[in-house]
Design a protein around this ligand. Structure first.
Ligand code: GDP
Length: 607
């Protein structure tokens, strides 16, 4: 998506914080902001939202607009929602908590987190939906449930959290990232179909994770349901159900008729009791990203499952390799909340970047701590891929030719999950006999400064697909000498990596700007015009190429003929100094022109 262009609106000084309701009409918002409707609509358009004056927008959107316009806003406190907390009370800085570990004295029971696994078509999704529909707490019934990647229900006064992405792929992907959010695994087996290949896989994954298992024997309503056969098949997989003298509970259910769902939830409650799941709700939050994506108008949106502590709106959080402030939180009913206690999934807004599923989210007391943690995480990720490594595809090319390189490390950023996955799977198929490909970070979103830092600290190249690179990222990449390549066509990205892997990249000519000088005076000596100039930045160097810019456009491109400092010839004049510049075959240089010196260097091909 396109980043919004800055909106040039002068906001009167001293306006203070504007309080906004949960939803507001665009026209009303303009009034509150004391701005013209046109300015507000323009800001919305910049955020990618086409709206009219009478349209109603939600608080999050209004807050984004406010951010665009440099106006500080706060939500109106709504007594009905979270009466116990005001923004100030909940903000991290105001909470009198230690920024340390769980305090055993404060540990309180927390809701179990459950993941559903099993063979395709055995009813995982149906079961998740049935549980969600029948167990929304009565007060909130009627509220639209949102698919945010996880949801929480209440059953006989106890909360149970469900991960909304069934199947062991997601479960294992999270585990691969060191994230074990699941407390209990529900293995769904269709009573009419029995144990199938993915049932067996799911059993292995659950075992590997060391998570207790409950079997939901689904589709019990079907006439050809055969529970005994399934129990026997499970025993063959060393899953011995309680009926057979084992310790794995099995509950016959039907997602269709809702039969047995209560029993299933009771059993999950019992298993949770045995595990005695506890967390310290008073400490600052630590959680995991369950799902994250970039959303038009809302920016990066991440569903976070708080594992311990309480996450509060206003908290500064580190998520993966970046940090931000929790601007808003929305629960699985689409309700804005101020706090999320352990095991409660919430969508958070305010991160600068889209984190990855499995990333740790940690509330910290201040930006300094956040920065330190981000650096630590970057170092950790870099260390995960240790050894001497090439920093750029060029060096890669050289090292492959010399037979030195062993691994090419990549930070991959793409516009959407779909392209990210497509690229990832294509890259995985490349032959890696000579050089192994190591994707140290792959995420959806624009290339950020933290990506550049990560690549810098781990000698990785950044491959960006159909997204943008923000200014800070570009600067960081330049400073760190990170090879940052942008692509619009997946094939070209793959091809470049493939060439790097086999050492085939062709050199290309690249321009490097050396510095700028401003012409302050002109003198003539014979036929030549000398530009008396002040070097603004970088250096002016004799003999290099230079462009003369006038009113922002180039009027000449040629070589710097001579360079003088006072009366003496100089090879180079640096920023802050004055000099006399003559340009080969160009005598029309004028006061106010900017001379931009640059060199062209050959380097292996870039995208
Ligand atoms: P998933 O692939 O495991 O997520 O399975 P789905 O939830 O998509 O269900 C697969 C099919 O089985 C769908 O056609 C469902 O309607 C059907 N189904 C799921 N649960 C039941 C059940 O309890 N009884 C019956 N008769 N059909 C079910």
């Amino acid at each position: 998506m396109q980043a919004p262009a800055p909106v040039a609106v002068l906001v009167p000084e001293g306006r203070g914080v504007v309080t906004l309701p949960r939803t507001i009409q665009v026209g009303e918002l303009a009034k509150l902001f004391e701005l013209s409707v046109v300015d507000v609509i323009r800001a919305l358009v910049n955020l990618g939202l086409m709206v009219t004056i009478n349209q109603t927008i939600d608080y999050d959107t209004a807050a984004l607009v406010a951010g665009e316009l440099g106006i500080e806003v706060a939500p109106e406190e709504e007594a009905a929602e979270e009466p116990e907390a005001t923004a100030e009370e909940t903000s991290a800085a105001a909470r009198p908590v230690l920024w340390t570990d769980d305090d055993p004295a404060r540990l309180k029971p927390r809701a179990p987190v459950v993941t559903i696994l099993g063979h395709v078509d055995h009813g995982k999704t149906s079961l998740l939906d049935a549980i969600r529909q029948t167990n929304i707490t009565s007060r909130e019934a009627g509220g639209i449930t949102q698919h945010i990647g996880a949801y929480q229900i209440e059953h006989h006064g106890r909360r149970i959290t469900w991960i909304d992405t069934p199947g062991h792929e997601a479960f294992t992907a999270m585990r691969a990232r060191g994230a074990s959010v699941t407390d209990i695994a529900v293995l769904v087996v269709a009573a009419d179909d029995g144990v199938q290949p993915q049932t067996v896989e799911a059993i292995s994954h659950v075992r590997a994770a060391g998570v207790p298992m409950v079997v939901a024997l689904n589709k019990i309503d079907k006439s050809d349901a055969d529970p005994e056969r399934v129990k026997g098949q499970l025993a063959e997989q060393n899953v011995t159900v309680e009926d057979y003298g084992g310790d794995v509970p099995l509950v016959p259910v039907s997602a269709r008729t809702k039969q047995g769902l209560d029993d299933l939830l009771d059993v999950i409650g019992l298993v949770a009791d045995l595990k005695d799941l506890r967390a310290d709700p008073e400490r600052p939050a630590i959680g995991r990203v369950v799902e994250a994506h970039l959303e038009r108008g809302r920016g990066p949106v991440a569903t976070v499952l708080v594992q311990t502590g309480t996450l509060a709106r206003g908290d500064i959080v580190v998520a993966g390799t970046s940090f931000g402030r929790v601007r808003a939180m929305v629960d699985d009913r689409g309700k804005t909340v101020n706090r999320a206690e352990p095991s409660r999934p919430v969508e958070i807004l305010g991160l600068p970047d889209v984190p990855e599923a499995g990333d740790i989210v940690r509330a910290v007391p201040d930006e300094k701590t956040a920065k330190a943690l981000v650096e630590e995480e970057q170092r950790r990720r870099a260390a995960g891929a240790a050894g001497e490594r090439p920093a750029t595809l060029d060096e890669m090319f050289a090292q492959v030719k010399e037979g030195k390189a062993k691994e090419l490390r990549v930070v991959l950023k793409a516009d959407v999950q779909g392209s990210l996955e497509a690229i990832r799977s294509s890259l995985a198929k490349l032959p890696q006999d000579e050089v192994a490909l190591n994707i140290i970070h792959a995420a959806v979103g624009d290339v950020s400064e933290s990506d550049a830092n990560l690549a810098g600290t781990s000698s990785a190249v950044i491959l960006a697909f159909s997204n943008k690179v923000d200014v800070a990222a570009k600067r960081a990449a330049e400073q760190l000498g990170v090879d940052l390549r942008q692509y619009k066509v997946i094939y070209e990205l793959i091809e470049d990596v493939q060439k790097a892997l086999v050492g085939l990249l062709e050199p290309e000519m690249v321009e490097q700007v050396l510095g700028h000088a401003e012409v302050r005076q002109t003198f003539t000596a014979g036929k030549t015009t000398i530009a008396g100039s002040a070097v603004l930045d970088g250096v002016m160097r004799r003999g290099v190429q230079a462009r003369v810019m006038r009113g922002g456009s180039p009027v000449h491109d040629g070589r710097i003929g001579s360079l003088k400092r006072f009366k003496d010839d100089a090879r180079e004049v640096t920023a802050g100094l004055e000099c006399g510049i003559t340009l080969e075959s160009f005598n029309e240089v004028a006061v106010g022109d900017i001379i931009e010196a640059y060199v062209i260097t050959a380097r292996p091909r870039t995208a």
